[in-house]
Design a protein around this ligand. Structure first.
Ligand SMILES: NC(=O)c1ccc[n+]([C@@H]2O[C@H](COP(=O)([O-])OP(=O)(O)OC[C@H]3O[C@@H](n4cnc5c(N)ncnc54)[C@H](OP(=O)(O)O)[C@@H]3O)[C@@H](O)[C@H]2O)c1
Length: 304
């Protein structure tokens, strides 16, 4: 931005490799030539040392004069050098490495393709397997089906299609937790309301094919269908009554129970909470007061 840019020559990677390869070959050949000259001078020196200066005149190895032996050994080393430069380095140099690498990559690709086609054949069996399906279900499961209930110590929840007590904090909690969500209920519980509750999607379960409900209330003929309808809700609630709680217990992920600390006469009951299946994770106690004629506790259970 502030100075003039220098124009760098643009060489691509392949050209650069060729140049580096050529430079290395030139260096190898230079070293060979230098070795040849040193060998000639060395050999000449050895001949002179023996014949003119008389060094080791009578020394022989295997019946050969030592200097001839030394020159032949050196010649042998030079020939190895020559062979390395013109044969080994030429045929096992960069180009040869590249060729070998390409060969290996091709072999690996063939193996990968073979594995892929074997996997395709196995795919239906994998899809049928229990482990795969359980994993898939766990991944797909994004909503937390929650039972919400108020029950006495003897699990009483209702009589004559009505609630047995009036606990204002419990109703407030019910409103707070369920607002904005699907509330799934049996036909009798639905009919116990004077009108649909605001800001909640009502899903009513009934066996009657032509059951008429007010506009906006969804009627289905099974709990499974009700859950399916609430599929996009992160926390659909099962709000009762006794028959629907019974059906929902094996499917629910969570129970929000208001345990009213007294025994009541009732005609509808909540199923027993099996603590080998359910784990208590929260428990908040409320005293009796002017607005609450009974002591009670908000208890949360999650499936173990
Ligand atoms: N304490 C609490 O937290 C709480 C909460 C909710 C309700 N309650 C109380 O519970 C009582 C009502 O409970 P409930 O057990 O009598 O009735 P419910 O569970 O509310 O509703 C029963 C109705 O649901 C439908 N149903 C049940 N099983 C079905 C199935 N497998 N397939 C299709 N439809 C099915 C039937 O409707 P059709 O007859 O139309 O076929 C059945 O008559 C009331 O006293 C209410 O006040 C208490």
């Amino acid at each position: 931005m502030f100075g003039s840019k220098k124009n760098k020559p643009q060489i691509d990677q392949e050209q650069l490799e060729f140049i580096q390869n050529a430079q290395s070959r030139i260096k190898q050949k230079k070293r060979l030539y230098f070795h040849f000259v040193v060998f000639l001078l060395g050999a000449l020196f050895l001949v002179i040392a023996n014949t003119v200066l008389g060094i080791g005149k009578d020394t022989q190895f295997f019946g050969i004069d030592w200097f001839v032996f030394a020159i032949l050994s050196w010649l042998f080393i030079f020939l190895i050098h020559l062979f390395n430069v013109f044969v080994t380095n030429r045929f096992m140099g960069k180009a040869w490495e590249q060729q070998q690498m390409e060969k290996l990559v091709t072999q690996q690709q063939v193996r990968i393709e073979k594995l892929k086609s074997e996997l395709k054949k196995e795919a239906p069996h994998i899809a049928e397997s229990e482990v795969y399906n359980e994993e898939l279900k766990a991944k797909e499961k994004t909503s937390e089906l929650t039972i919400i209930v108020a029950a006495g110590e003897n699990d009483a929840i209702g009589k004559d299609n009505k609630l047995i007590w009036h606990l204002s904090d419990d109703l407030k909690r019910f409103k707070k937790l369920t607002s904005g969500h699907h509330i799934i209920m049996g036909r009798k519980t639905f009919e116990s309301f004077p009108k649909p509750l605001p800001n909640r999607k009502h899903v009513v379960i009934s066996r009657q094919p032509s059951y008429q409900a007010p506009e906006g209330v969804i009627v289905v003929n099974s709990l499974e269908k009700a859950i399916e309808i609430a599929n996009n809700d992160p926390q659909p609630f099962i709000i009762g009554g006794g028959q629907i709680y019974e059906l929902a217990m094996p499917l629910a992920d969570k129970i929000e129970i208001t345990r009213v600390h007294a025994e009541f006469e009732a005609d509808t009951f909540f199923p027993k909470i099996d603590t080998s299946i359910w784990k208590e994770v929260d428990n908040v106690f409320h005293k009796k007061d002017s607005e609450h004629e009974h002591e009670f506790s908000f208890i949360t259970y999650v499936r173990k």
